[in-house]
Design a protein around this ligand. Structure first.
Ligand code: AVI
Length: 322
């Protein structure tokens, strides 16, 4: 790092990850967690309203329709920790049903301060709720919640929206094992998983005609320009969506329209991208209906119930830690 740039904390970590992902000689890659700055999070909120992207609506529909049934299967009394709460909109149904049965502590765990504040605003009107937000990475936040747990209460972890799909399958299993390691036997996990569906439907969901997902993808380069003093020409990249049938995942890439050299001052990096060269920005894995049960076993849980949406194949899976 040159001495004239003083790059600290989160910016330094972002810079190091960008240098690692773009500075390599083989396939270039940027980590999908960096898609969610304030602009990216706002664009994702819009994506969740698009008719082509059914994931968020299916998730919310299942929670709304089955909230009482889910609560009836939980080991009560229970505290709720949510990994990546976002604005907390779809969680409302479950928390309302739970708060009718018991006073409930709700711990949203989010790296975005804006999302945490929005979540508190959305949900604090629920009777008998106590909200304590954790501005942390998922596992770090969950470990803190577990360290301060009330010994007379179980913990229910919510991991909704099929965010697990943004991990490669082996990394997803490792992550779920880590969640299990932090929990105690009898604690619960409610996991949302987007299911396989016809190819055209999947492609449209990630390559919508309004170009919102394309903007969401390109915003990653805009964020590098803003935060790391980069000079990406945002018009120089196409949003490319592919489905890998072997891995059963949607992939988002950014493809250089022409050969171009980009300088990113705070990452101390100059990189040339050849015409047609791509930067991989996100994977979104899709599951068979049976797959989550196997994932549960591999991670040290057992499945107690699964609910599948009729309009948009998506499953809510309730697991108990063994
Ligand atoms: C947050 N995550 C589950 C979304 C998904 O479907 O993989 C992110 C997303 N990327 C493009 N559209 C939505």
């Amino acid at each position: 790092m040159p001495s004239h740039t003083s790059v600290t904390g989160e910016v330094a970590e972002f810079a190091a990850d960008v240098r690692d992902g773009l500075g390599r000689s083989g396939r270039k890659e940027l980590l999908s967690k960096y898609l969610y700055d304030a602009v990216g999070s706002a664009l994702f909120e819009v994506i969740s309203l698009l008719p082509e992207y059914g994931v968020t609506r299916a998730d919310e529909r299942l929670l709304r329709i089955h909230a009482n049934e889910i609560v009836a299967m939980l080991p009560l009394p229970v505290s709720v920790a949510e990994l990546g709460s976002g604005t907390g909109r779809k969680t409302r149904w479950l928390l309302q049903a739970l708060c009718r049965r018991q006073p409930t502590s709700y711990f949203p765990i989010e790296i975005s301060r804006t999302a945490l504040a929005a979540c508190r605003r959305q949900l604090s009107d629920i009777d008998s709720i106590n909200i304590v937000g954790f501005e942390r990475e998922y596992l770090e936040g969950l470990a803190e919640v577990a360290a301060g747990r009330n010994p007379n209460r179980r913990i229910l972890v919510l991991f909704l929206g099929s965010t697990i799909g943004n991990f490669d399958r082996p990394a997803g299993t490792l992550f779920l094992r880590e969640v299990r390691r932090i929990l105690q036997p009898g604690d619960a996990l409610l996991l949302g998983t987007d299911l396989e569906k016809p190819l055209h439907q999947l492609i449209e969901a990630y390559d919508d005609p309004l170009g919102i997902t394309a903007a969401f993808n390109r915003n990653l380069l805009a964020r590098i320009n803003r935060e790391l003093d980069g000079d990406f020409d945002l018009h120089g990249f196409d949003h490319v969506v592919r489905y890998d049938r072997t891995e059963r995942r949607i992939e988002m890439h950014l493809r250089a329209r022409r050969t171009q050299t980009v300088t990113i001052a705070k990452a101390d990096l100059t990189v040339t991208l050849l015409e047609g060269e791509t930067i991989w920005t996100e994977s979104s894995h899709k599951y068979s209906a049976e797959e989550p049960s196997h994932m549960a076993e591999e991670a040290g849980f057992r499945t107690v119930a699964q609910w599948i949406d009729r309009e948009w194949p998506f499953a809510e899976n309730l697991w108990i830690a063994e």
